[in-house]
Design a protein around this ligand. Structure first.
Ligand code: AHM
Ligand code: MG
Length: 297
């Protein structure tokens, strides 16, 4: 079954916007060969953009604006939410055009992450209509969730996204993907990581959030980019990375937390808001939340 058929029961504007992103993703997947290298610009977080970051961001913005399907668009590479007054729909989208882009130069998997809202995107993730991501690896895959299961498609030789796995459920597994430097860990987090290591969890951290979470969605375990000495809010962005991937993993039977509470209940105060992230199996998320409680009592 292809993506369009699979989406047929959903609202027309939501269906069309996912198909639109899937078409842009095909262009992005073909763009890597000729767009290696860095740009001369930095984004609002002061991170040097690679050429693909800039190109993928511009391409997504112009195609989504042209689709007239999106009223509000927030991009990780842009300082403000864009509003398209001529939109025929009230959809709000968040995009991380290329997550993990520091890995492009070494040919490891990176991805596009999209959150889908009805209206304002500065809303708690639990109110999302859905979310999706495209992973550019040996295969280009597209995973989407519109509250009715998490489904994965792979781009075939004919240029179609065809169903690969339906109703994905996160299994139990012993993988951990810990961001930040060990020397900067805060006490509860240090205890959490030591506990996982004592239980025999295997290290799997690539530097691409979308790829690392994709692995955990399929194999179980936990990804974390915690609060650390020097950054009490961690590194990852609530709106562009944590909420959409957290929505998908939660819908697959897992959970997402800032270490203390369900991250999908947090109302973003700014587009650039960072948040500590724990995402994966319910068991691991319950464990870190419990350790934080013990640490403050
Ligand atoms: P990006 O969106 O600019 O790629 O930044 C986010 C990335 C995540 O994909 C990844 O988990 C993290 O930053 C890696 O950071 P670090 O190099 O500190 O491990
Ligand atoms: Mg990112």
């Amino acid at each position: 079954m292809n993506l369009e058929t699979h989406l047929s029961e959903h609202d027309e504007d939501v269906k069309q916007v996912i198909l639109h992103v899937s078409e842009v993703a095909k262009k992005i997947s073909r763009g890597f060969a000729t767009r290696q290298g860095v740009s001369d610009s930095s984004n609002i977080y002061g991170e040097r953009q690679v050429a693909m970051d800039v190109w993928a961001d511009e391409l997504l913005i112009s195609e989504l604006r042209g689709s007239k399907l999106v009223r509000h668009l927030a991009s990780e590479e842009q300082p403000d939410v864009l509003t398209f007054e001529d939109s025929t729909s009230d959809l709000g989208l968040t995009i991380d055009p290329l997550d993990g882009s520091s890995l492009i130069g070494v040919n490891l998997a990176v991805g596009t992450i999209v959150g889908i809202y009805r209206g304002d995107v500065l809303s708690p993730g639990e109110g999302m209509l859905g979310a999706m991501y495209v992973l550019y690896g040996p295969l280009t895959t597209l995973t989407y969730c519109l509250r009715e299961g998490v489904h994965e498609f792979a781009l075939d030789d004919n240029g179609d996204f065809v169903l690969q796995e339906e109703n994905i459920v996160i299994p139990e597994g012993k993988i951990y993907a810990p961001g930040a430097l060990r020397r900067d860990y805060l006490p509860a987090h240090r205890g959490f990581i030591e506990r996982l290591e004592a239980e025999g969890y295997k290290l799997r951290y690539s530097g691409s959030f979308v790829a690392d979470v994709h692995q955990i969605l399929h194999k179980g375990g936990v990804f974390t980019y915690p609060a650390y000495a020097g950054s009490e809010m961690g590194k990852l962005r609530l709106l562009f990375e944590a909420a959409p991937m957290g929505f998908i993993v939660s819908q697959a039977g897992g959970a997402v937390s800032d270490g203390r509470r369900d991250l999908l209940t947090i109302k973003p105060e700014a587009v650039s808001q960072r948040v500590p992230v724990y995402i994966g199996g319910k068991r691991e998320i319950t464990l870190i939340e419990g350790m934080h409680k013990e640490n403050t009592s």
